[in-house]
Design a protein around this ligand. Structure first.
Ligand SMILES: [Fe+2]
Length: 520
């Protein structure tokens, strides 16, 4: 059995790190997601209904004590394995990723049981007839082990290189005896032809039952998308393998045909054996992103050029200052007309008490300086999109101080009182969500389009000097749209194309529905 060397991909790492369930608490912007003690709440409401609250306080305390004991007891016992997504000799979790020049290269990763010790891929220029397999070229894969709480697996990756631009290829993966179906993808064209891609905010929860419809609707809308872009929190529990099983099941064959790009969110952060925060062991074993970011952020911070678009993926969970330096260097040498940055935690939050001040302080001046066109984010589980003008850092500080003075106990991240908007930045910031978990939207006044309780995907199209952005709901309805037009030496021209449909905000809904959503 031959694995990659330690330090190369995940070789050594995976073998040495056991599974840590749950989330890292040291991630700087970890979401607060308090679990509700349903039993004690039921008891409380029962007591209230019969007017016995004081007597019931004792009962409540006793119940809590009992529950804590039971919880501690159940945590001490090993959990039964969740075998829903047990690997087999047949390849599954097949996913294409971009990690080089998209005109000539693409990577494919997949998973098998540990009985499969070698991975193979076969690739050939697609043909209209059925006899193409005879001409297929066979390539070896790199194999690494992945040990989860429920089972061990082997993860395989193969790099397709020296491809012909603008060409449809057929490939399959396997071990020589067990093969996937033949699958097709297309390389980027030689010249910068118009192209589109799909952007998803947090998928995260109920991936199989409720996120699947969003990615599938997005595919129906833009089946020839050049790639899929995920702004973090693809799953809920970093190293719960069934979460990843659901993510791959929801994406199905779409992931096999359209390459992915992704950054980790706080829910992809786990802890190592020493309790130190790190990206989930699933990340590098099942994706193959570029390795051109700062050391220590391999495949979580990187850059890639697709035609006239420079994509910059940042890891907002860690090492923000290191990335600020790298970001500046990357933008200094950028030759591409368009620049889109994507990461998980928003520069301007749409949620109360979820401000990311350090990130804004370190990264926004660089976005401003190099006039980054668009910033795509997640994390806040609602939708919000700025115009070109957002509060300057100075105005933001003044507004926060003013709010502290007027309301010392209030939350600080609301852009309360911000009147003066920075007219020089020229960057549009978007927060979106694709999965079913929903939060209140703090409704920043400089965001012309907002949404709550709405699952969305975004189709972004670039054609020369024009970028078109469309946010569509889970049922494919146009919810927000704008165009950016490049003007030499000036900030972009923004053309608002918001549809006339009303904003999907909670107070416009029946109370029962809004309440149910809040309690989810
Ligand atoms: Fe999230």
């Amino acid at each position: 059995m031959k694995f990659a060397q330690s330090g190369d991909k995940t070789g050594g790492l995976i073998e040495n790190i056991g599974l840590v369930e749950g989330l890292a608490t040291s991630a700087p912007f970890l979401e607060s997601e308090n679990s509700v003690n349903t039993t004690s709440r039921l008891i409380q409401s029962f007591c209230l209904s019969i007017g016995l609250l004081s007597g019931c306080s004792w009962l409540h305390a006793q119940t809590l004590g009992q529950e804590q004991k039971e919880q501690a007891k159940s945590e001490a016992q090993p959990k039964p394995a969740d075998l829903r997504y047990q690997p087999s000799q047949l390849p599954d979790r097949i996913v294409l990723t971009l990690n080089g020049d998209p005109r000539t290269s693409v990577a494919v990763s997949w998973r098998t049981s540990t009985e499969v010790n070698r991975g193979l891929a076969e690739i050939v220029v697609a043909d209209d007839g059925p006899y193409f397999a005879e001409r297929a070229k066979q390539l070896p894969a790199t194999t690494v082990p992945l040990k989860t709480a429920d089972y061990e697996a082997h993860c395989h990756t193969c790099q397709f290189a020296d491809l012909t631009p603008g060409t449809t290829y057929t490939y399959r993966v396997g071990d020589g005896d067990h093969w996937s179906e033949w699958i097709q993808f297309r390389t980027a064209s030689e010249q910068p032809d118009p192209f589109s891609f799909i952007y998803f905010g947090d998928a995260q929860n109920n991936l199989r039952s409720q996120w699947s419809r969003v990615i599938r609707e997005a595919y129906r809308d833009a089946p020839k998308a050049a790639f899929l872009l995920h702004a973090g929190d693809l799953i809920n529990t970093a190293e719960a393998d069934p979460d990843w099983g659901e993510w791959f099941e929801a994406g199905g064959f779409i992931n096999r045909m359209i390459p992915n790009l992704a950054v980790p969110g706080n829910h992809e952060m786990a802890k190592d054996a020493e309790g130190k925060s790190r990206t989930t062991i699933h990340w590098r074993s099942q994706f193959e992103f570029p390795l051109n970011g700062p050391a220590g952020l391999e495949e979580t911070c990187f850059t890639l050029t697709y035609h006239n678009l420079r994509l910059i993926a940042l890891d907002s969970n860690q090492m923000l200052d290191v990335q600020a330096k790298w970001l500046e260097e990357t933008l200094q040498s950028n030759q591409s007309k368009w620049v889109i940055c994507f990461f998980h935690h928003p520069v301007f939050s749409t949620g109360s008490g979820r401000d990311n001040e350090l990130l804004r302080k370190l990264w926004k001046p660089i976005f401003d300086k190099y006039r980054v066109d668009l910033v795509l984010q997640g994390h806040d589980h609602s939708y919000g999109r700025t115009g070109l003008h957002v509060p300057s850092i100075e105005d933001w500080k003044i507004a926060v101080e003013e709010k502290k003075r007027l309301d010392p106990k209030g939350e600080l991240n609301l852009p309360y009182g911000v009147q003066n908007l920075d007219p020089t930045s020229g960057t549009v910031y978007v927060v979106s969500v694709s999965g079913p978990k929903m939060y209140n939207n703090s409704r920043p006044p400089f965001m012309p389009r907002l949404a709550e309780d709405t699952q969305l995907y975004q189709v972004i199209s670039i054609d020369g000097t024009k970028l078109r952005f469309e946010a569509r709901t889970a049922t494919g309805k146009l919810y927000d749209a704008f165009e950016l037009v490049k003007a030499k030496g000036e900030i972009n021209q923004l053309v608002e194309l918001e549809p006339e449909s009303s904003l999907r905000l909670r107070d416009a809904k029946p109370k029962s529905e809004a309440k149910a959503n809040q309690e989810r």
